[in-house]
Design a binder for this molecule. Structure first.
Ligand code: GUN
Length: 279
């Protein structure tokens, strides 16, 4: 069966929209998300446009800061500092990746943890790993919401996460662990990736390699969540999972597009509302 990320993300956005409508009807200040994009990476431009569009859909305010690829690190940091101090701004997101001359870690550290809607700031990362109630990165939160949509009970299940990035692999592994799954993180150096994946009741793939996971690597009946966003030779969007060979083996599977992708943006709206509320 297919997990319809498009429909589930719509439901999440509608939850946020209803809450924002309540805020507006009480005459309170409207939440505001600020997105910063540096340079003209076409994929980043599409993502950012969709984030601004989603904010408008929910009724939130948004602000787009577009900086040239050659902007200095200092200039970017000073823009962030202005937004940190701006009482009308609830969430700050700097779209990644950044040009090579800018230190991403420095930029993430500079965003006020209270406005860090991505959940990338070290104090939010620490909070997640210490089991505190903190801002959770959008894509991992979206993956969990997809599992919740099928009412999947993770207790005692084998979850395999392929990929160990700070944005997806590591945080999603922690969230699965919090639900009492037995979690394995596989990566590019894993010996016999197929054998590891075949143990998975839940397989989450986030590496950025088109078609890495094939049907022979999937346990019959498993839940397969594809976080990949790749372009194939014809320029078509495709995931890390070879859908054609995996779908007949899996119990549940997310498509690309229309799976995890729209969830990321929907959870960003949730995170923005959360930052607004805690401020
Ligand atoms: N680039 C790819 N994914 C993300 C994300 O979740 N947040 C930001 N800021 N940049 C990204």
């Amino acid at each position: 069966m297919i997990i319809d990320g498009k429909a589930i993300s719509q439901a999440v956005k509608d939850e946020v929209k209803a809450e924002v409508a309540g805020i507006v009807s009480r005459g309170e200040r409207v939440p505001c998300l600020c997105v910063i994009i540096v340079g003209d990476n076409p994929a980043s431009q599409v993502y950012v446009r969709n984030k601004i569009k989603a904010a408008a859909y929910t009724g939130m305010e948004s602000k787009l800061v577009e900086l040239p690829a050659a902007v200095s690190e200092d200039e970017l940091l000073s823009q962030i500092s202005v937004l940190n101090e701006d009482p009308a701004v609830d969430g700050i997101l700097v779209q990644l990746p950044l040009p090579k001359h800018i230190d991403e870690e420095k930029v993430i550290d500079a965003i006020s943890a209270e406005k860090d809607v991505d959940g990338f700031h070290p104090s939010n990362v620490a909070g997640l790993w210490l089991g505190k109630d903190c801002i959770v990165p959008c894509t991992p939160a979206g993956v969990m919401r997809l599992l919740d949509s099928i009412e999947y009970d993770l207790r005692g299940k084998n979850a395999v996460v392929v990929g160990r990035s700070n944005i997806v692999g590591k945080p999603v592994a922690k969230l699965l662990l919090d639900r009492n799954a037995t979690v394995t993180i596989a990566h590019s150096r894993t010996a016999d990736l197929g054998a590891v994946c075949r143990q998975a009741d839940v397989l989450v793939v986030a590496v950025g390699k088109a078609g890495l996971i094939t049907g022979d690597m999937v346990k019959p009946g498993a839940v397969v969540i594809d976080v990949g966003m790749n372009r194939n030779a014809e320029g078509k969007l495709c995931g890390d999972v070879d859908f054609a060979s995996c779908a007949p083996v899996a119990g549940w599977i997310t498509p690309v597009p229309g799976g995890v992708g729209p969830m990321t943006i929907a959870m960003l709206m949730k995170n923005t509302l959360r930052c607004y509320r805690s401020r």
